[in-house]
Ligand binder design. Structure first.
Ligand SMILES: [Zn+2]
Length: 72
């Protein structure tokens, strides 16, 4: 996800604050999902781990669905 706030193109006062779908909290914390890549699928031919950064609700721990996409 591109950070558009860096060059002040976006007026954040008009932007919607994302809220947790479960508890309505608007505070999130960074977490990682870690995918295990099997040796067969891995470009290096060995089993490896691929971290995917997501945000979790700081209050209830829920991961907003937009971060999950096609991730299980
Ligand atoms: Zn929550």
């Amino acid at each position: 996800m591109k950070d558009l706030t860096a060059n002040n193109e976006i007026n954040l006062e008009k932007a919607e604050t994302m809220k947790c779908e479960e508890c309505d909290s608007s505070l999130f914390t960074i977490a990682y999902l870690i995918k295990k890549i099997s040796a067969i699928m891995s470009p290096i031919g060995q089993e490896s781990l691929a971290p995917i950064q997501v945000y979790t609700c700081k209050n209830c721990g829920e991961i907003p669905k937009i971060f999950l996409g096609d991730v299980d």
